[in-house]
Design a protein around this ligand. Structure first.
Ligand SMILES: [Mg+2]
Length: 562
Protein backbone atom coordinates (compact mmCIF):
# COMPACT_ATOMS: atom_id res chain seq x y z
CA UNK A 1 0.00 0.00 0.00
CA UNK A 2 2.88 2.40 0.84
CA UNK A 3 4.54 1.69 -2.55
CA UNK A 4 1.23 2.41 -4.35
CA UNK A 5 0.86 5.80 -2.64
CA UNK A 6 4.49 6.67 -3.61
CA UNK A 7 3.78 5.86 -7.25
CA UNK A 8 0.64 8.01 -7.24
CA UNK A 9 2.67 10.89 -5.71
CA UNK A 10 5.25 10.51 -8.47
CA UNK A 11 2.53 10.60 -11.17
CA UNK A 12 0.97 13.70 -9.63
CA UNK A 13 4.41 15.43 -9.45
CA UNK A 14 5.07 14.64 -13.13
CA UNK A 15 1.64 16.03 -14.06
CA UNK A 16 2.52 19.23 -12.27
CA UNK A 17 5.87 19.41 -14.08
CA UNK A 18 4.11 18.81 -17.39
CA UNK A 19 1.68 21.64 -16.72
CA UNK A 20 4.46 23.98 -15.82
CA UNK A 21 6.43 23.08 -18.93
CA UNK A 22 3.28 23.40 -21.11
CA UNK A 23 2.54 26.83 -19.67
CA UNK A 24 6.19 27.80 -20.19
CA UNK A 25 6.07 26.65 -23.85
CA UNK A 26 2.77 28.53 -24.41
CA UNK A 27 4.21 31.67 -22.77
CA UNK A 28 7.39 31.37 -24.85
CA UNK A 29 5.37 30.83 -28.02
CA UNK A 30 3.06 33.75 -27.22
CA UNK A 31 6.05 36.03 -26.51
CA UNK A 32 7.65 34.90 -29.76
CA UNK A 33 4.49 35.62 -31.78
CA UNK A 34 4.08 39.01 -30.07
CA UNK A 35 7.74 39.78 -30.67
CA UNK A 36 7.33 38.94 -34.35
CA UNK A 37 3.99 40.54 -35.04
CA UNK A 38 3.67 43.29 -32.44
CA UNK A 39 7.16 44.10 -31.13
CA UNK A 40 5.95 47.47 -29.81
CA UNK A 41 3.85 45.63 -27.27
CA UNK A 42 7.03 44.05 -25.98
CA UNK A 43 8.72 47.43 -25.96
CA UNK A 44 10.92 46.42 -28.87
CA UNK A 45 11.37 49.49 -31.13
CA UNK A 46 11.57 47.61 -34.38
CA UNK A 47 10.56 44.29 -35.80
CA UNK A 48 13.23 41.57 -35.54
CA UNK A 49 15.24 40.79 -38.55
CA UNK A 50 14.81 37.65 -40.51
CA UNK A 51 17.95 36.20 -38.96
CA UNK A 52 16.82 37.06 -35.45
CA UNK A 53 13.42 35.64 -36.19
CA UNK A 54 14.96 32.52 -37.53
CA UNK A 55 17.04 32.20 -34.33
CA UNK A 56 13.96 32.69 -32.17
CA UNK A 57 11.98 30.18 -34.16
CA UNK A 58 14.82 27.68 -34.09
CA UNK A 59 15.11 28.11 -30.36
CA UNK A 60 11.39 27.81 -30.09
CA UNK A 61 11.35 24.66 -32.24
CA UNK A 62 14.07 23.11 -30.09
CA UNK A 63 12.10 24.04 -27.02
CA UNK A 64 8.94 22.48 -28.49
CA UNK A 65 10.88 19.38 -29.54
CA UNK A 66 12.30 19.06 -26.02
CA UNK A 67 8.84 19.58 -24.68
CA UNK A 68 7.42 16.92 -26.99
CA UNK A 69 10.19 14.47 -25.99
CA UNK A 70 9.54 15.20 -22.38
CA UNK A 71 5.80 14.73 -22.90
CA UNK A 72 6.36 11.42 -24.75
CA UNK A 73 8.75 10.22 -22.07
CA UNK A 74 6.44 11.39 -19.34
CA UNK A 75 3.47 9.62 -20.94
CA UNK A 76 5.47 6.46 -21.39
CA UNK A 77 6.54 6.64 -17.79
CA UNK A 78 3.03 7.49 -16.79
CA UNK A 79 1.73 4.44 -18.65
CA UNK A 80 4.24 2.23 -16.94
CA UNK A 81 3.29 3.71 -13.64
CA UNK A 82 -0.38 3.16 -14.40
CA UNK A 83 0.39 -0.44 -15.45
CA UNK A 84 2.31 -0.88 -12.25
CA UNK A 85 -0.60 0.60 -10.37
CA UNK A 86 -3.01 -1.76 -12.07
CA UNK A 87 -0.64 -4.59 -11.32
CA UNK A 88 -0.42 -3.49 -7.73
CA UNK A 89 -4.17 -3.26 -7.54
CA UNK A 90 -4.44 -6.73 -8.95
CA UNK A 91 -1.83 -7.89 -6.48
CA UNK A 92 -3.72 -6.16 -3.73
CA UNK A 93 -6.95 -7.87 -4.80
CA UNK A 94 -5.13 -11.18 -5.01
CA UNK A 95 -3.60 -10.64 -1.60
CA UNK A 96 -7.00 -9.74 -0.21
CA UNK A 97 -8.46 -12.88 -1.83
CA UNK A 98 -5.67 -14.95 -0.42
CA UNK A 99 -6.19 -13.32 2.96
CA UNK A 100 -9.88 -14.18 2.78
CA UNK A 101 -8.99 -17.68 1.72
CA UNK A 102 -6.52 -17.99 4.60
CA UNK A 103 -9.13 -16.63 6.94
CA UNK A 104 -11.69 -19.12 5.65
CA UNK A 105 -9.22 -21.94 6.00
CA UNK A 106 -8.34 -20.74 9.46
CA UNK A 107 -12.01 -20.81 10.33
CA UNK A 108 -12.28 -24.27 8.87
CA UNK A 109 -9.23 -25.38 10.82
CA UNK A 110 -10.71 -23.86 13.91
CA UNK A 111 -13.94 -25.75 13.37
CA UNK A 112 -12.00 -28.96 12.64
CA UNK A 113 -9.94 -28.38 15.77
CA UNK A 114 -13.09 -27.87 17.83
CA UNK A 115 -14.65 -31.00 16.30
CA UNK A 116 -11.47 -32.95 17.04
CA UNK A 117 -11.41 -31.67 20.60
CA UNK A 118 -15.06 -32.63 20.98
CA UNK A 119 -14.40 -36.09 19.53
CA UNK A 120 -11.38 -36.55 21.78
CA UNK A 121 -13.45 -35.54 24.80
CA UNK A 122 -16.20 -38.00 23.78
CA UNK A 123 -13.64 -40.74 23.18
CA UNK A 124 -12.06 -40.03 26.55
CA UNK A 125 -15.48 -40.21 28.17
CA UNK A 126 -16.21 -43.49 26.35
CA UNK A 127 -12.85 -44.89 27.47
CA UNK A 128 -13.53 -43.82 31.03
CA UNK A 129 -16.95 -45.51 30.81
CA UNK A 130 -15.36 -48.72 29.50
CA UNK A 131 -12.86 -48.67 32.35
CA UNK A 132 -15.68 -47.95 34.83
CA UNK A 133 -17.79 -50.83 33.49
CA UNK A 134 -14.79 -53.13 33.65
CA UNK A 135 -14.70 -52.55 37.40
CA UNK A 136 -18.38 -52.06 38.22
CA UNK A 137 -21.58 -54.04 38.04
CA UNK A 138 -23.89 -52.73 35.33
CA UNK A 139 -27.10 -53.41 37.30
CA UNK A 140 -26.38 -52.15 40.82
CA UNK A 141 -23.45 -49.83 40.00
CA UNK A 142 -21.49 -51.50 42.79
CA UNK A 143 -17.86 -52.55 42.37
CA UNK A 144 -17.60 -55.94 40.68
CA UNK A 145 -15.49 -58.96 41.63
CA UNK A 146 -12.42 -57.55 39.84
CA UNK A 147 -12.45 -54.26 41.74
CA UNK A 148 -13.31 -56.04 45.00
CA UNK A 149 -10.34 -58.38 44.65
CA UNK A 150 -8.15 -55.43 43.72
CA UNK A 151 -9.14 -53.50 46.86
CA UNK A 152 -8.89 -56.62 48.99
CA UNK A 153 -5.34 -57.16 47.70
CA UNK A 154 -4.41 -53.57 48.54
CA UNK A 155 -5.88 -53.83 52.03
CA UNK A 156 -4.03 -57.10 52.63
CA UNK A 157 -0.75 -55.38 51.74
CA UNK A 158 -1.53 -52.57 54.19
CA UNK A 159 -2.62 -55.03 56.87
CA UNK A 160 0.84 -56.60 57.00
CA UNK A 161 2.18 -53.41 58.55
CA UNK A 162 -0.70 -52.74 60.92
CA UNK A 163 -2.10 -54.83 63.73
CA UNK A 164 -5.73 -54.53 62.73
CA UNK A 165 -8.43 -57.02 61.77
CA UNK A 166 -9.99 -57.23 58.35
CA UNK A 167 -13.16 -59.18 57.48
CA UNK A 168 -14.59 -60.46 54.24
CA UNK A 169 -18.35 -61.08 54.22
CA UNK A 170 -19.91 -63.31 51.56
CA UNK A 171 -23.67 -62.76 51.19
CA UNK A 172 -26.36 -64.55 49.25
CA UNK A 173 -30.05 -63.69 49.17
CA UNK A 174 -32.13 -66.54 50.60
CA UNK A 175 -34.69 -68.03 48.17
CA UNK A 176 -33.64 -65.59 45.44
CA UNK A 177 -34.38 -68.18 42.75
CA UNK A 178 -37.99 -68.32 43.93
CA UNK A 179 -38.36 -64.54 43.59
CA UNK A 180 -36.91 -64.77 40.10
CA UNK A 181 -38.99 -67.76 39.04
CA UNK A 182 -42.31 -66.63 40.50
CA UNK A 183 -42.18 -62.87 40.01
CA UNK A 184 -40.00 -62.58 36.89
CA UNK A 185 -36.45 -61.55 36.24
CA UNK A 186 -37.28 -57.83 36.14
CA UNK A 187 -38.50 -58.06 39.75
CA UNK A 188 -35.39 -60.08 40.61
CA UNK A 189 -33.19 -57.34 39.12
CA UNK A 190 -35.07 -54.59 40.98
CA UNK A 191 -34.69 -56.61 44.17
CA UNK A 192 -30.93 -56.86 43.67
CA UNK A 193 -30.71 -53.08 43.26
CA UNK A 194 -32.83 -52.43 46.38
CA UNK A 195 -30.84 -55.01 48.35
CA UNK A 196 -27.56 -53.36 47.38
CA UNK A 197 -28.92 -49.99 48.54
CA UNK A 198 -29.81 -51.46 51.95
CA UNK A 199 -26.31 -52.92 52.25
CA UNK A 200 -24.68 -49.58 51.47
CA UNK A 201 -26.62 -47.92 54.28
CA UNK A 202 -25.19 -50.39 56.82
CA UNK A 203 -21.53 -49.79 56.03
CA UNK A 204 -18.97 -47.29 57.19
CA UNK A 205 -17.18 -44.90 54.82
CA UNK A 206 -14.22 -46.80 53.44
CA UNK A 207 -15.90 -50.23 53.51
CA UNK A 208 -16.51 -51.85 50.13
CA UNK A 209 -19.61 -53.70 49.01
CA UNK A 210 -19.47 -55.50 45.68
CA UNK A 211 -21.77 -57.67 43.60
CA UNK A 212 -19.87 -60.77 42.58
CA UNK A 213 -22.59 -62.10 40.27
CA UNK A 214 -26.15 -63.42 40.48
CA UNK A 215 -27.39 -62.79 44.01
CA UNK A 216 -23.93 -63.01 45.53
CA UNK A 217 -22.44 -59.98 47.24
CA UNK A 218 -19.21 -59.44 49.14
CA UNK A 219 -18.29 -56.84 51.73
CA UNK A 220 -14.82 -55.79 52.78
CA UNK A 221 -14.61 -54.44 56.33
CA UNK A 222 -11.24 -52.89 57.05
CA UNK A 223 -9.49 -51.32 59.96
CA UNK A 224 -11.43 -53.16 62.67
CA UNK A 225 -10.12 -52.83 66.20
CA UNK A 226 -11.43 -56.26 67.23
CA UNK A 227 -13.29 -59.23 65.79
CA UNK A 228 -16.47 -58.39 67.71
CA UNK A 229 -16.99 -55.29 65.54
CA UNK A 230 -17.82 -57.57 62.61
CA UNK A 231 -20.84 -59.02 64.42
CA UNK A 232 -22.19 -55.52 65.06
CA UNK A 233 -22.10 -54.64 61.36
CA UNK A 234 -23.59 -58.01 60.37
CA UNK A 235 -26.41 -57.58 62.87
CA UNK A 236 -27.04 -54.15 61.37
CA UNK A 237 -27.35 -55.76 57.93
CA UNK A 238 -29.73 -58.47 59.18
CA UNK A 239 -31.81 -55.85 61.05
CA UNK A 240 -31.97 -53.65 57.94
CA UNK A 241 -33.78 -56.46 56.16
CA UNK A 242 -36.51 -56.85 58.79
CA UNK A 243 -38.52 -54.20 56.95
CA UNK A 244 -39.80 -55.72 53.65
CA UNK A 245 -38.34 -54.43 50.41
CA UNK A 246 -40.92 -52.84 48.15
CA UNK A 247 -40.43 -53.85 44.53
CA UNK A 248 -42.98 -52.74 41.94
CA UNK A 249 -45.69 -52.38 44.57
CA UNK A 250 -45.03 -55.73 46.26
CA UNK A 251 -43.54 -55.98 49.73
CA UNK A 252 -40.94 -58.74 49.61
CA UNK A 253 -39.58 -60.27 52.81
CA UNK A 254 -35.93 -60.73 52.04
CA UNK A 255 -33.33 -62.45 54.19
CA UNK A 256 -29.70 -63.17 53.61
CA UNK A 257 -27.10 -65.74 54.63
CA UNK A 258 -23.69 -64.37 55.49
CA UNK A 259 -20.34 -66.12 55.71
CA UNK A 260 -17.44 -64.39 57.44
CA UNK A 261 -13.71 -64.90 57.13
CA UNK A 262 -11.16 -62.88 59.04
CA UNK A 263 -7.68 -61.96 58.05
CA UNK A 264 -5.04 -62.95 58.97
CA UNK A 265 -6.71 -65.82 60.92
CA UNK A 266 -8.66 -67.45 58.06
CA UNK A 267 -6.47 -66.45 55.15
CA UNK A 268 -3.83 -64.02 54.02
CA UNK A 269 -4.58 -63.83 50.33
CA UNK A 270 -7.55 -62.78 48.24
CA UNK A 271 -8.72 -66.14 46.94
CA UNK A 272 -8.41 -67.91 50.32
CA UNK A 273 -10.40 -65.22 52.11
CA UNK A 274 -13.16 -65.28 49.52
CA UNK A 275 -13.24 -69.08 49.48
CA UNK A 276 -13.43 -69.41 53.26
CA UNK A 277 -16.14 -66.74 53.49
CA UNK A 278 -18.07 -68.56 50.76
CA UNK A 279 -17.79 -71.86 52.66
CA UNK A 280 -19.02 -70.19 55.84
CA UNK A 281 -21.95 -68.69 53.89
CA UNK A 282 -23.01 -72.15 52.71
CA UNK A 283 -23.01 -73.33 56.30
CA UNK A 284 -25.27 -70.40 57.26
CA UNK A 285 -27.56 -71.33 54.39
CA UNK A 286 -27.62 -75.00 55.40
CA UNK A 287 -28.72 -73.96 58.84
CA UNK A 288 -31.81 -72.27 57.49
CA UNK A 289 -30.56 -68.89 56.23
CA UNK A 290 -31.21 -65.44 57.68
CA UNK A 291 -28.08 -65.84 59.78
CA UNK A 292 -24.33 -65.62 59.65
CA UNK A 293 -21.49 -68.03 60.27
CA UNK A 294 -17.80 -67.52 60.85
CA UNK A 295 -15.46 -69.79 58.93
CA UNK A 296 -14.76 -72.94 60.98
CA UNK A 297 -11.88 -75.09 59.65
CA UNK A 298 -13.01 -78.20 61.61
CA UNK A 299 -16.51 -78.04 60.15
CA UNK A 300 -15.13 -77.42 56.68
CA UNK A 301 -12.80 -80.42 56.97
CA UNK A 302 -15.79 -82.65 57.77
CA UNK A 303 -17.70 -81.08 54.95
CA UNK A 304 -14.93 -81.61 52.42
CA UNK A 305 -14.68 -85.26 53.51
CA UNK A 306 -18.43 -85.48 53.02
CA UNK A 307 -18.13 -83.95 49.56
CA UNK A 308 -15.31 -86.25 48.54
CA UNK A 309 -17.37 -89.20 49.77
CA UNK A 310 -20.28 -87.91 47.69
CA UNK A 311 -18.13 -87.85 44.54
CA UNK A 312 -16.98 -91.40 45.21
CA UNK A 313 -20.54 -92.50 45.94
CA UNK A 314 -21.68 -91.23 42.55
CA UNK A 315 -19.18 -93.55 40.86
CA UNK A 316 -19.64 -96.50 43.19
CA UNK A 317 -22.61 -97.99 41.35
CA UNK A 318 -20.99 -98.09 37.93
CA UNK A 319 -17.75 -99.34 39.49
CA UNK A 320 -19.74 -102.12 41.17
CA UNK A 321 -18.40 -101.27 44.61
CA UNK A 322 -21.63 -102.15 46.43
CA UNK A 323 -22.30 -105.58 47.79
CA UNK A 324 -25.00 -107.14 49.90
CA UNK A 325 -24.70 -109.00 53.18
CA UNK A 326 -27.60 -111.02 54.50
CA UNK A 327 -28.64 -111.42 58.11
CA UNK A 328 -30.89 -114.38 58.96
CA UNK A 329 -34.26 -113.85 60.65
CA UNK A 330 -35.16 -116.78 62.88
CA UNK A 331 -38.61 -117.99 63.92
CA UNK A 332 -38.67 -118.43 67.71
CA UNK A 333 -41.20 -121.29 67.60
CA UNK A 334 -39.33 -123.51 65.12
CA UNK A 335 -35.85 -122.11 65.63
CA UNK A 336 -35.39 -122.13 61.84
CA UNK A 337 -34.28 -119.40 59.46
CA UNK A 338 -37.39 -118.10 57.71
CA UNK A 339 -36.02 -114.99 56.13
CA UNK A 340 -32.95 -112.84 55.51
CA UNK A 341 -32.55 -109.08 55.58
CA UNK A 342 -30.42 -107.70 52.75
CA UNK A 343 -27.99 -105.08 54.03
CA UNK A 344 -25.97 -102.98 51.62
CA UNK A 345 -22.23 -102.50 52.06
CA UNK A 346 -19.83 -100.23 50.17
CA UNK A 347 -16.34 -101.45 49.49
CA UNK A 348 -14.42 -98.22 48.82
CA UNK A 349 -11.28 -98.86 46.72
CA UNK A 350 -9.08 -96.94 49.20
CA UNK A 351 -11.03 -96.72 52.45
CA UNK A 352 -12.25 -100.29 52.52
CA UNK A 353 -15.70 -101.16 53.84
CA UNK A 354 -17.73 -98.05 54.66
CA UNK A 355 -20.57 -98.51 57.09
CA UNK A 356 -24.15 -97.89 55.84
CA UNK A 357 -24.60 -95.44 58.73
CA UNK A 358 -22.03 -93.23 57.03
CA UNK A 359 -23.03 -93.38 53.38
CA UNK A 360 -26.81 -94.06 53.46
CA UNK A 361 -27.64 -90.59 54.91
CA UNK A 362 -25.42 -89.09 52.19
CA UNK A 363 -27.13 -91.16 49.51
CA UNK A 364 -30.49 -90.11 50.93
CA UNK A 365 -29.53 -86.41 50.86
CA UNK A 366 -28.12 -86.50 47.35
CA UNK A 367 -30.88 -88.67 45.89
CA UNK A 368 -28.38 -91.40 45.00
CA UNK A 369 -30.42 -93.67 47.23
CA UNK A 370 -32.88 -94.10 44.34
CA UNK A 371 -30.51 -95.93 41.95
CA UNK A 372 -28.68 -97.61 44.86
CA UNK A 373 -32.01 -98.78 46.36
CA UNK A 374 -33.14 -100.20 43.03
CA UNK A 375 -29.83 -102.09 42.70
CA UNK A 376 -30.25 -103.48 46.22
CA UNK A 377 -33.82 -104.62 45.52
CA UNK A 378 -32.86 -106.25 42.22
CA UNK A 379 -29.74 -107.98 43.60
CA UNK A 380 -31.51 -109.21 46.76
CA UNK A 381 -34.50 -110.54 44.79
CA UNK A 382 -32.21 -112.28 42.29
CA UNK A 383 -30.28 -113.91 45.18
CA UNK A 384 -33.51 -114.97 46.87
CA UNK A 385 -34.63 -116.63 43.63
CA UNK A 386 -31.34 -118.58 43.61
CA UNK A 387 -31.88 -119.76 47.22
CA UNK A 388 -35.53 -120.52 46.73
CA UNK A 389 -34.86 -122.57 43.60
CA UNK A 390 -32.03 -124.26 45.55
CA UNK A 391 -34.43 -125.81 47.98
CA UNK A 392 -35.31 -123.06 50.48
CA UNK A 393 -38.81 -122.53 49.17
CA UNK A 394 -40.19 -120.62 52.13
CA UNK A 395 -37.29 -118.17 52.48
CA UNK A 396 -38.37 -114.55 52.59
CA UNK A 397 -36.11 -111.65 51.59
CA UNK A 398 -36.38 -108.33 53.44
CA UNK A 399 -35.21 -105.20 51.69
CA UNK A 400 -34.97 -101.76 53.30
CA UNK A 401 -36.72 -98.91 51.53
CA UNK A 402 -35.55 -95.41 52.51
CA UNK A 403 -38.03 -92.54 53.01
CA UNK A 404 -36.82 -90.89 49.81
CA UNK A 405 -37.25 -94.11 47.84
CA UNK A 406 -40.73 -94.47 49.25
CA UNK A 407 -41.62 -90.94 48.15
CA UNK A 408 -40.38 -91.37 44.57
CA UNK A 409 -43.21 -91.09 42.07
CA UNK A 410 -42.42 -94.23 40.09
CA UNK A 411 -41.87 -96.49 43.13
CA UNK A 412 -44.68 -98.90 42.19
CA UNK A 413 -43.41 -99.18 38.60
CA UNK A 414 -39.82 -99.72 39.76
CA UNK A 415 -40.77 -102.44 42.25
CA UNK A 416 -43.05 -104.10 39.68
CA UNK A 417 -40.29 -104.07 37.07
CA UNK A 418 -37.75 -105.62 39.47
CA UNK A 419 -40.21 -108.34 40.50
CA UNK A 420 -40.86 -109.13 36.86
CA UNK A 421 -37.21 -109.08 35.82
CA UNK A 422 -36.03 -111.31 38.67
CA UNK A 423 -39.06 -113.59 38.52
CA UNK A 424 -39.46 -113.68 42.30
CA UNK A 425 -42.82 -114.35 43.91
CA UNK A 426 -43.96 -111.07 45.50
CA UNK A 427 -45.18 -112.80 48.69
CA UNK A 428 -41.55 -113.72 49.45
CA UNK A 429 -40.43 -110.08 49.41
CA UNK A 430 -40.80 -107.90 52.47
CA UNK A 431 -40.20 -104.17 52.22
CA UNK A 432 -38.94 -102.52 55.41
CA UNK A 433 -40.08 -98.94 55.90
CA UNK A 434 -39.39 -96.57 58.78
CA UNK A 435 -42.00 -94.76 60.86
CA UNK A 436 -41.23 -91.50 59.01
CA UNK A 437 -43.77 -92.54 56.32
CA UNK A 438 -46.50 -91.77 58.84
CA UNK A 439 -45.69 -88.06 58.58
CA UNK A 440 -47.46 -88.09 55.24
CA UNK A 441 -49.91 -90.76 56.20
CA UNK A 442 -52.66 -90.35 53.59
CA UNK A 443 -50.23 -90.62 50.65
CA UNK A 444 -48.35 -93.44 52.37
CA UNK A 445 -51.53 -95.46 52.94
CA UNK A 446 -52.31 -95.27 49.21
CA UNK A 447 -48.78 -96.35 48.22
CA UNK A 448 -48.69 -99.15 50.80
CA UNK A 449 -52.03 -100.46 49.59
CA UNK A 450 -50.73 -100.61 46.04
CA UNK A 451 -47.58 -102.44 47.16
CA UNK A 452 -49.72 -104.76 49.23
CA UNK A 453 -51.98 -105.37 46.24
CA UNK A 454 -48.92 -106.50 44.30
CA UNK A 455 -48.54 -109.26 46.89
CA UNK A 456 -45.60 -107.80 48.86
CA UNK A 457 -45.17 -107.95 52.64
CA UNK A 458 -44.60 -104.71 54.55
CA UNK A 459 -42.81 -104.18 57.85
CA UNK A 460 -42.17 -101.10 59.95
CA UNK A 461 -38.46 -100.95 60.72
CA UNK A 462 -36.84 -99.48 63.87
CA UNK A 463 -40.29 -99.32 65.46
CA UNK A 464 -40.53 -97.23 68.63
CA UNK A 465 -37.76 -94.78 67.78
CA UNK A 466 -39.54 -92.41 65.47
CA UNK A 467 -42.90 -90.82 64.99
CA UNK A 468 -45.69 -93.33 65.16
CA UNK A 469 -49.38 -92.66 65.03
CA UNK A 470 -51.31 -95.57 66.46
CA UNK A 471 -54.43 -94.63 64.54
CA UNK A 472 -52.57 -94.70 61.24
CA UNK A 473 -50.80 -97.90 62.26
CA UNK A 474 -54.21 -99.50 62.31
CA UNK A 475 -54.93 -98.29 58.78
CA UNK A 476 -51.57 -99.25 57.32
CA UNK A 477 -51.61 -102.58 55.48
CA UNK A 478 -48.53 -103.92 57.25
CA UNK A 479 -47.42 -107.39 58.38
CA UNK A 480 -44.60 -106.91 60.85
CA UNK A 481 -43.26 -104.51 63.47
CA UNK A 482 -39.48 -104.61 63.86
CA UNK A 483 -38.57 -103.63 67.41
CA UNK A 484 -35.65 -101.25 67.32
CA UNK A 485 -32.41 -102.73 68.61
CA UNK A 486 -32.01 -99.84 71.05
CA UNK A 487 -34.75 -101.45 73.22
CA UNK A 488 -33.21 -104.93 72.85
CA UNK A 489 -29.68 -103.80 73.75
CA UNK A 490 -30.63 -102.98 77.36
CA UNK A 491 -33.48 -105.44 77.59
CA UNK A 492 -31.97 -107.31 80.52
CA UNK A 493 -30.40 -104.41 82.41
CA UNK A 494 -32.87 -101.56 82.01
CA UNK A 495 -36.20 -102.16 83.77
CA UNK A 496 -38.07 -99.90 81.32
CA UNK A 497 -37.05 -101.65 78.11
CA UNK A 498 -38.87 -104.98 78.83
CA UNK A 499 -42.02 -102.92 79.43
CA UNK A 500 -41.65 -101.10 76.13
CA UNK A 501 -40.85 -104.32 74.24
CA UNK A 502 -43.85 -106.03 75.88
CA UNK A 503 -46.05 -103.12 74.81
CA UNK A 504 -44.82 -103.30 71.21
CA UNK A 505 -45.26 -107.09 71.00
CA UNK A 506 -48.76 -106.82 72.51
CA UNK A 507 -49.62 -104.01 70.14
CA UNK A 508 -48.39 -106.05 67.16
CA UNK A 509 -50.34 -109.13 68.18
CA UNK A 510 -53.50 -107.13 68.84
CA UNK A 511 -53.23 -105.65 65.35
CA UNK A 512 -52.62 -109.20 64.03
CA UNK A 513 -49.04 -108.35 63.12
CA UNK A 514 -45.84 -110.20 63.81
CA UNK A 515 -43.09 -108.77 66.02
CA UNK A 516 -39.42 -109.21 65.25
CA UNK A 517 -36.63 -108.14 67.57
CA UNK A 518 -33.48 -106.73 65.99
CA UNK A 519 -29.99 -106.70 67.47
CA UNK A 520 -30.32 -109.79 69.68
CA UNK A 521 -26.84 -110.48 70.99
CA UNK A 522 -27.13 -112.59 74.15
CA UNK A 523 -28.85 -115.74 75.36
CA UNK A 524 -30.55 -113.75 78.14
CA UNK A 525 -32.07 -111.37 75.61
CA UNK A 526 -33.29 -114.34 73.59
CA UNK A 527 -34.74 -116.00 76.66
CA UNK A 528 -36.65 -112.90 77.68
CA UNK A 529 -37.96 -112.36 74.15
CA UNK A 530 -39.28 -115.92 74.13
CA UNK A 531 -41.03 -115.22 77.40
CA UNK A 532 -42.53 -112.05 75.92
CA UNK A 533 -43.82 -114.16 72.98
CA UNK A 534 -41.83 -112.33 70.35
CA UNK A 535 -42.26 -114.03 66.97
CA UNK A 536 -38.87 -113.62 65.33
CA UNK A 537 -35.37 -112.43 66.11
CA UNK A 538 -32.32 -111.33 64.20
CA UNK A 539 -28.94 -110.41 65.54
CA UNK A 540 -25.35 -111.41 66.23
CA UNK A 541 -26.47 -114.03 68.73
CA UNK A 542 -27.57 -116.21 65.84
CA UNK A 543 -25.51 -114.74 63.02
CA UNK A 544 -23.93 -111.56 61.88
CA UNK A 545 -24.79 -110.34 58.35
CA UNK A 546 -23.01 -112.66 55.90
CA UNK A 547 -21.94 -112.52 52.25
CA UNK A 548 -24.22 -114.48 49.92
CA UNK A 549 -21.98 -117.57 49.70
CA UNK A 550 -21.61 -117.83 53.48
CA UNK A 551 -25.32 -117.34 53.86
CA UNK A 552 -25.83 -120.20 51.39
CA UNK A 553 -23.65 -122.40 53.64
CA UNK A 554 -25.63 -121.44 56.74
CA UNK A 555 -28.87 -122.32 54.97
CA UNK A 556 -27.42 -125.56 53.64
CA UNK A 557 -26.36 -126.75 57.08
CA UNK A 558 -29.88 -125.87 58.30
CA UNK A 559 -28.52 -124.17 61.37
CA UNK A 560 -31.23 -123.72 63.99
CA UNK A 561 -31.72 -121.72 67.15
CA UNK A 562 -31.53 -123.93 70.17
MG1 LIG B 1 -33.95 -102.98 58.40
Amino acid sequence: MGAGNGRIGQIKARDRHLWLISISVIVALTLTIITIYAPDLMGIPMAPSRAELSTYLSGLAVLICLFCLYVIQAHARLDRLRDELVEKEQEKTEVQRLLREVEERSNEHLKTKEALEREMAERKQAEERVVYLAYHDGLTDLPNRRLFEDRLGQELSRLRWRKRVMAVLFLDIDRFKQFNDHLGHHVGDALLVAFSERLKLCLRPGDTVARLGGDEFAILLTDLAREGDVSLIIQKILDSLIKPINVEGSDLSVTTSIGVSLSPKDGEDTSTLLKTADMAMYRAKEEGGNSFQYYDPVFQKQRSEWLSLESALRLALERQEFLLHYQPQVDLDSGRVVGVEALVRWRHPEKGLISPGKFIPLAEETGLIIPIGEWVLRTACAQAVVWRSGGFKDLRISVNLSPRQFRQKNLIETVGRVLKETGIEPRCVELELTESIMQNAETSVKALRRLKAMGLEISIDDFGMGYSSLSYLKRFPINTLKIDQAFIHHLTDDPDDPLIVTAIITLAHNLRLKAIAEGVETADQLKLLRLLRCDLIQGYYFSQPLPADEMSGLLAEDRRLS
